[in-house]
Design a protein around this ligand. Sequence first.
Ligand code: I3S
Length: 128
Amino acid sequence: SSPDSDGCTPELEKAGLLNKTKIAEGGRKLRKSWSPSWVVLVGNSLVFFKDPKSQTPSSWKPGNSRPESSVDLRGAQLQWTNDLSSKKNVFKLRTVTGNEFLLQSETDSLIKEWFNTIQNVIVRLDRE
Ligand code: I3S
């Protein structure tokens, strides 16, 4: 049987490396500080890990790495932005709690996939 045959393990939808910066916490603006982040979309959450490439091989084992933070996508909003950064391919994610993140990739196709996949999860949660 599949590992999720009991339906209790959230499905991993997507994982990859993106540039990330948090720009607001609870509606309060933060100083921008970009860094590469290993981003995992699983169930209703976007989970951020340290860039695995910046870690020693032994320190990065699947189950052995704790998330830096995670975002509940229920009620979240996603929008492309040209105004909040000089970088290309940037979108903003805003949570119901007023936390705001910018996510970016130099690769057009990759960032579009992330946008669409996250948006699909948000729309699915809105319908529940
Ligand atoms: O919106 P800003 O202030 O132009 O964002 C830039 C700053 O966060 C900058 O850090 P310092 O303020 O410590 O120099 C970053 O290095 C830049 O990447 C930010 O601008 P971009 O356009 O890359 O988001």
